[in-house]
Design a protein. Structure first.
Ligand SMILES: NC(=O)c1ccc[n+]([C@@H]2O[C@H](COP(=O)([O-])OP(=O)(O)OC[C@H]3O[C@@H](n4cnc5c(N)ncnc54)[C@H](O)[C@@H]3O)[C@@H](O)[C@H]2O)c1
Length: 332
């Protein structure tokens, strides 16, 4: 039997808990260390896996660890991931890869210098609903012309004690969930050539309301509408891709519908009953990562897609400060 990958979870909150559970259940990995600035939290999570709780990353030096999951607030990602890479660990970093493209590049450089792998948590690339949408949209008979995407938060400010309600720790509103949809836009329709954004501060003291316009290199244009004050009415996230008398619609990570043409039966799939960890793509993302580590093969969620998503966020922020001027983001 192949040896299990020895895992450290860094940041034992919501996502640390989810990744720890999936890693442990995968059969390919074993959670042996949990690191958290709050040692009591680390201990609680470590107890679930009979792992060792630590307060600082430095304590992982010399320990038997292969892969670390970075699940700390956004503004700590770069520093924490680089420290782990310098300890010669492979690293999975939750999204956003970093809160600036400059930091994201430093992380990729650290992975290269240390000859380690760096993955990013763009889990929607593995979610069944978006895989179904991609298959239809990229199919032989679908010629995508426009994409309309909504991704909202109910109350972004949340409770003051949450780090995600602290926009400095978040890195800005777009780094919360909208970054997933900038990535999904390219996943579904290919590279964005130019992008423009208008933003306003509506309910919070930061820009919490964005309208993003995308021109795709190969196929049409699209819009992302995203705000942090939508209440919690469903759906928070919705995608509609329209082609030549065809359309694909997704709602949340639950529902998929495809109209293949005028007067044709609509094909529908529901993923609502799947376990949350499967519906959101986390389980498939773990399996893919363990395979990539074993084979040395390319990973779908390589850090470079994380860097690209951060570059798109920065382009939106830049455009928003110049009344929505289009920014060239065509990949070289
Ligand atoms: N991909 C997704 O679906 C998804 C969903 C939610 C959150 N996230 C991302 O996951 C990350 C974690 O979010 P969360 O909701 O789990 O947060 P959380 O607040 O539940 O947990 C964060 C943990 O990190 C610890 N921590 C803070 N700074 C630390 C440091 N410097 N060193 C060690 N520990 C530290 C905190 O004590 C806390 O236990 C964020 O980057 C967020 O953007 C991704």
């Amino acid at each position: 039997m192949p040896k299990k990958i020895s895992v450290a979870i860094v940041g034992s909150g919501v996502m640390g808990g989810i990744h720890g559970k999936i890693a442990q259940q995968s059969g390919a990995a074993s959670v042996n260390y949990v690191v958290d600035a709050d040692l009591a939290k680390a201990q609680k999570c470590a107890d679930l896996h009979r792992a060792t709780a630590l307060r600082s990353i430095g304590e992982l030096a010399g320990k038997n660890v292969n892969l670390a999951f970075v699940c700390v607030p956004n503004n700590h990602h770069a520093r924490v991931a680089i420290e782990l890479l310098n300890l010669k660990l492979d690293v999975f970093c939750e999204k956003p890869l970093a809160t600036s493209a400059a930091d994201a590049r430093l992380m990729i450089e650290a992975a290269q210098v240390n000859d380690r792998r760096l993955f990013v948590g763009h889990n929607r690339r593995f979610a069944p609903v978006y895989l179904a949408a991609k298959e239809a949209v990229r199919g032989k008979y679908f010629s995508p012309q426009s994409i309309n995407m909504i991704q909202n938060d109910g109350d972004m400010g949340g409770e003051g004690s949450l780090w995600a309600a602290n926009f400095a720790q978040l890195g800005g509103f777009l780094y919360d969930t909208t970054i997933h949809f900038l990535d999904m836009a390219e996943f579904l329709l290919g590279p964005i050539a130019s992008i423009s954004a208008l933003s306003r501060s509506c309910c919070y003291p930061v820009n919490d309301n964005f309208t993003i316009h995308m021109q795709f290199r190969d196929s049409g244009s699209g819009v992302i509408s995203s705000c942090g004050h939508a209440s919690w009415i469903f759906p928070f996230e919705r995608v509609q891709v329209v082609g030549d008398h065809q359309a694909v619609i997704t709602e949340e990570l639950d529902e998929y519908r495809h109209c293949p043409g005028l007067s044709r039966a609509i094909d529908g799939k529901t993923y609502a009953k799947l376990a949350f960890e499967e519906k959101w793509g986390y389980v498939a993302m773990h399996t893919h990562m363990y395979d990539a580590l074993a084979s040395g093969g390319k990973a779908i969620h390589d850090a470079r897609i994380g860097l690209r998503a951060v570059e798109l966020v920065e382009a939106c922020q830049k455009s928003a400060t110049s009344q929505g001027a289009f920014i060239d983001v065509a990949p070289a």
